[in-house]
Write a protein that binds this ligand. Sequence first.
Ligand SMILES: [Zn+2]
Length: 126
Amino acid sequence: MSADHECCGVPLERYQLSRADHRRQQEAVGVAAWVAEQVAKAPRMSDEQLETVMELLREPGPPVEEMTWRVRLYCGHIREVTSPRSWLRPYQGVSGQEPCVDRGLDPATIVAFEPLASDSGPGKLA
Ligand SMILES: [Zn+2]
């Protein structure tokens, strides 16, 4: 774990949601609904276009060192997630989100987090 990796809202178990958390969750749900609407309206890809996209997705990128984080989701569940080690938080941008499989909340914004271990560091998880 690097000292550069950030912490937010620890201990995760006692974190209390803020007004900003409620607003970010509301925005994330709104954006997800808008994207789903746009995707539903988009013209269907031809088989050829679909094959081109699938080929691009199959190409392996360069290996990325990963970092494991403990995150608390908007719904209150705590999970472990991984992100590239170079990121200082478990997500990039204004806020991160993960679907909550327990409550079916998708997206569920990440409201608090702490770094656990990197895949090359001494604290590597088994
Ligand atoms: Zn949950």
